[in-house]
Design a protein around this ligand. Structure first.
Ligand code: SF4
Length: 458
């Protein structure tokens, strides 16, 4: 049976494929290029030497290592002596002994594997043989090994982004930084076997935004677009409860747009600790055209593509949030609310531009002064999600005397829906029973707001 995640991205891919017919031919698997063995060896050497920080240009102190390229061309993968390889590597006195050993092991290990698989890529793509392949790499380097294989046209799952998306969907959290690619290879092969695993990897990598270079920005990339995602109902990442997870890092919370869980001082500290970001800011200062307001999701994705792996786009997102907070009218402990407009002024900059609905309650004391606020749910609102139990649990714990509910309408129209009215009635009744009255329900949109109290509906 196909995993839920793959099943849904399979459905999702139909619309992407129909807009980009060339993807269909990619999925059907064009003929595999015939491997040029000499080229493959050269690529492998270049790859591992680079990983060891070794350059072989004429002026490099490692220039002697160039000989290794000539040597491997004469090696027979079915029978060769590792001491021949070691002899060439030993000629470079600048390399520490440990590095010499590791280089020798990687070169000879590669040859043995090529010999063992009779140069048949299909054999190497099996999980059993991949286990031996991973042994050629240091811990945490296995993903780069998978990438290398994919670049050489081996059909193996190598999309870290796809694996991230799967983790968001199933676990509601990102994998640990050292999680091995084995799990991803197994998942992709689960329903149709190893020979078809790469197709699932392909779909997941497009879904994860790794094809932005081909103008396929995906949905679940570095800035997940949960509000546009067909998987949102079943995905654990933006979980309906309130999407927070104890292990969430600052970066994860920023990706989830959980600004309510991030203090201004935390964000500022995180922003300033990054040298790349400071340099990028200095560069931008000289650009007459640069406007903070011009930064949106597509701009962030563009930057992410230009500097893969850089945290600068995510830090810009935080900078925008700090600017927004600068304009927000703060709501301090003990502040008294005199009208729905006070609520609107406080929440408008935070909720007015959101593309996803968010339901918040403000908890008040017996003089209707602010005690705290809490997010009840994120995502499409319905009665089962805005349950009185969730709404009043925090209020009871804080011995509240009254509450106010606030939520946003991303459509731009602040008029209440029938479901909004039903939710409000239910909360009003529960509040009366509990002795914690619902004073108002304010619906906020980009330009205006509607107050149930002002309209006389409460
Ligand atoms: S709902 Fe969000 S996190 Fe989950 S798969 Fe979709 S874009 Fe990714």
């Amino acid at each position: 049976m196909k995993d839920d995640f793959f099943d849904q991205i399979d459905q999702w891919s139909i619309s992407v494929w129909s807009k980009n017919p060339w993807l269909k031919s990619l999925e059907s698997g064009s003929d595999r290029a015939v491997f040029n063995i000499d080229q493959l060896y050269d690529q492998w050497l270049e790859f591992i030497l680079k990983n060891h920080g070794i350059t072989t240009g004429p002026f490099s102190k490692f220039a002697e290592q160039k000989k290794i390229f000539g040597l491997v061309k004469h090696l027979n993968p079915y029978y060769f002596r590792s001491d021949e390889v070691r002899k060439v590597i030993d000629q470079t006195s600048t390399l520490p002994p440990k590095q010499k050993e590791s280089l020798t092991a990687q070169i000879t290990g590669f040859f043995r594997l090529m010999g063992k698989t009779s140069m048949n890529p299909v054999v190497l793509e099996n999980l059993e043989t991949l286990e031996e392949w991973w042994e050629l790499f240091e811990e945490k380097e296995e993903w780069s090994g998978m990438n290398w294989l994919q670049k050489q046209d081996f059909r193996v799952p190598a999309s870290k982004g796809g694996f991230f998306a799967w983790n968001r969907f199933h676990r509601g959290a990102l994998p640990g930084i050292s999680e091995h690619p084995r799990k991803w290879v197994e998942l992709c092969a689960e329903s149709e076997g190893p020979s078809e695993a790469w197709k699932w990897d392909l779909k997941a990598s497009i879904f994860a935004g790794e094809w932005a270079h081909a103008e396929l920005p995906g949905v679940c990339g570095p800035f997940p677009l949960c509000e546009q995602c067909r998987l949102a109902q079943n995905c654990k990442w933006p979980s309906q409860q309130n999407g927070l997870n104890e292990q969430d890092t600052i970066e994860t919370l920023v990706q989830k747009n959980r600004w309510d869980a991030l203090k201004t001082e935390e964000l500022t500290e995180w922003l300033l600790e990054d040298e790349d970001f400071q340099q990028n800011m200095t560069k931008l200062e000289g650009e007459a055209e640069f406007r903070l307001k011009s930064i949106d999701e597509s701009k962030l994705l563009e930057w992410d593509h230009l500097q893969p792996g850089s945290k600068t786009p995510l830090r810009f997102k935080v900078l925008l949030e700090l600017c927004r907070r600068f304009h927000e009218e703060p709501m301090n402990l003990g502040v008294q609310f005199s009208s729905s407009r006070d609520i609107y002024h406080h929440f408008q900059t935070r909720l007015g531009n959101l593309k996803q609905e968010r339901f918040i309650i403000v908890i008040l004391d017996n003089k209707h002064r602010f005690l705290s606020e809490t997010t009840v749910t994120v995502g499409l609102l319905n009665r089962s999600l805005v349950h009185p139990r969730e709404v009043f649990a925090e209020a009871i714990e804080q011995r509240a005397a009254a509450i106010i509910c606030i939520h946003n309408h991303p459509s731009g129209d602040s008029s209440p829906s029938e479901e909004d009215k039903r939710i409000t009635r239910r909360l009003q009744e529960s509040g009366e029973l509990l002795g914690i009255p619902l004073l108002d329900h304010v619906i906020i949109s980009k330009e205006d707001f509607t107050s149930f109290a002002d309209e006389g509906w409460l």
